[in-house]
Design a binder for this molecule. Structure first.
Ligand code: SER
Ligand code: ZN
Length: 498
């Protein structure tokens, strides 16, 4: 890497007369930097009136922008004391950074704040019009990483997703090959919601979803010692900045705006217009709402981690075993919506676990055992488990990492007879289970007294459990497996419409 920073210092007065002194000060300063990084070189380009032009070059261990900020302090002290000279302004003429890429980019790369030039496996970013504040922040290094990440991602685009089978059940007899959403809609158990990808569950469908919830709690979570918490449905941006969701999924978030004011006078025109036009005066509304600073829950785990932010957890509370079943998840799906299995709003239980690596490995085995019991003994499903790209990579917009046996995500997938042949059709991911290492533990600065903590979570989607089950077992309770009938054998009568 080669960094080349061209800068002009504007002093409060002429510096021409102290030219020699200035030169030797700068070369002394350069000496001190050489102790940190042998490649840092400060060249004086010009000294004229009250202007000093310099060029700071380094091979990058000690960044020129850091050298510049230190140099400013150094010169201010030196010249301030003796000559009552101050530094009025620092103008960055240009900042050029050359670095090597692992692979040659496939197509052009753009990033904010800089021009990016590529020559084979050599990248150059050229920054212009940046100020001191910009250099002070950690932007430069992040810009370099962003270029590298974009090149890396070009190689993953269009590649098949990582998927590695862990286990699969026997083939099972399915009782029908219909699409459960369509059938339930025909019977009036379900109604497509008032907006895209939302549903209204009438008593029959609601009972099935709620039974799924009861089974998850009674058969999986309670036996393993999980305890329930209730979290907010609204997640502020600062939490998603830490989890990476704002980088990964900004186009899938349902943003939440707050009123800019409660002042009735400010709302008067809005109210009047509504009364007269019986329509929503959107232009007027816009004046009274703030830009969003939060969104509707996307996954429940981020707020659970947030609740532990900066805390030291007592060893006796480990492993922490919690779940939320209150927050409803919102995800803006564009093309992929289908029935109640791919929706913009869904109901999910999310267990989150924090503990030592060993505790989590043991827990994962036990959770898989309990899940197997549900899907085999209660639902009698045809399903399988596979390692997939960890959800935290996907949700942070990254694609290059794969799951390992230690950390990563396991997807639980069910055969959906209505989609066709079991070997050729896409199976439904109806649940996942992950161990995430110390990623969120670090992000939220969570500690234990002695041990290193890891964490993980598992998403139990009630709509997904429901469609997986119904797609194989049908919607006639008489034909449901005995294990499930222990929980639900009679559906509510529901409503008749004329
Ligand atoms: N947080 C995980 C996910 O979003 C598990 O719920 O899939
Ligand atoms: Zn999660």
């Amino acid at each position: 890497m080669i960094f080349d920073l061209k800068v002009i210092f504007t002093f409060s007065n002429e510096i021409f007369l102290i030219k020699n002194e200035l030169q030797s000060s700068i070369s002394n300063f350069n000496e001190t930097l050489l102790e940190k990084d042998k490649s840092v070189k400060i060249d004086i380009k010009d000294i004229n009136k009250n202007l000093l032009s310099i060029d700071i070059i380094s091979e990058g261990i000690f960044r020129p922008h850091n050298a510049l900020l230190q140099m400013k302090n150094f010169l201010s002290k030196e010249l301030g004391k003796k000559h009552h000279l101050g530094i009025r302004e620092i103008t960055i003429e240009s900042y050029t950074i050359d670095f090597d890429l692992e692979k040659k980019p496939i197509k052009k790369i753009n990033i904010p704040f800089a021009d990016v030039k590529i020559n084979e496996k050599q990248a150059t970013i050229i920054l212009k019009n940046v100020d001191e504040e910009f250099l002070r922040r950690n932007y430069i290094d992040r810009m370099i990483s962003l270029v590298k990440e974009k090149v890396e991602n070009q190689y993953y685009e269009g590649k098949e997703e990582f998927w590695k089978l862990i286990w699969k059940s026997n083939e099972k007899k399915h009782t029908w090959s219909n699409d459960p959403t369509e059938e339930m809609t025909k019977l009036g158990w379900l109604k497509q919601g008032p907006t895209k990808g939302k549903w209204f569950y009438r008593p029959q469908a609601a009972t099935i979803l709620k039974t799924m919830e009861i089974i998850a709690i009674e058969e999986v979570l309670k036996p393993l010692g999980f305890e329930e918490i209730i979290e907010s449905n609204i997640v502020p941006f600062n939490v998603w900045l830490k989890t990476g969701h704002l980088e990964g999924m900004p186009g899938e978030i349902y943003y939440v705006t707050e009123p800019a004011t409660r002042d009735v006078e400010k709302w008067e025109r809005f109210i009047d217009l509504t009364k007269i036009t019986k329509d929503v005066p959107l232009d007027e509304l816009q004046k009274n709402v703030s830009l969003p600073t939060a969104g509707i829950c996307y996954a429940q785990c981020p707020l659970i981690y947030w609740s532990f932010k900066g805390k030291t957890i007592s060893e006796e509370s480990l492993p922490v075993l919690l779940y939320d079943k209150t927050a409803v998840s919102g995800r803006y799906e564009s093309g992929g919506r289908h029935g109640i299995e791919r929706v913009d709003e869904f109901h999910r239980i999310e267990p989150v676990y924090i503990g030592t690596k060993e505790q989590l490995f043991t827990l994962r085995e036990k959770m898989i055992e309990r899940y197997k019991h549900v899907f085999n003994d209660i639902f009698d499903l045809e399903w399988r488990m596979a390692w997939v790209t960890p959800w935290y990579m996907q949700q942070a917009g990254k694609i290059s990492d794969n799951s390992t046996q230690e950390t990563g995500t396991i997807d639980f997938e069910a055969y959906m007879p209505y989609r066709g042949d079991r070997a050729k059709s896409e199976w439904l991911e109806f649940q996942n289970l992950s161990i995430l290492g110390d990623k969120y533990i670090k992000a939220f600065n969570i500690k234990a007294q002695k041990t290193e903590l890891w964490s993980g979570c598992s998403g139990i989607g009630l709509e997904r459990w429901t469609t997986a089950f119904l797609a194989q077992k049908g919607i006639n309770p008489d034909k449901w497996p005995e294990g499930f009938r222990k929980y639900l054998k009679n559906l509510p009568k529901g409503l008749k419409f004329l």
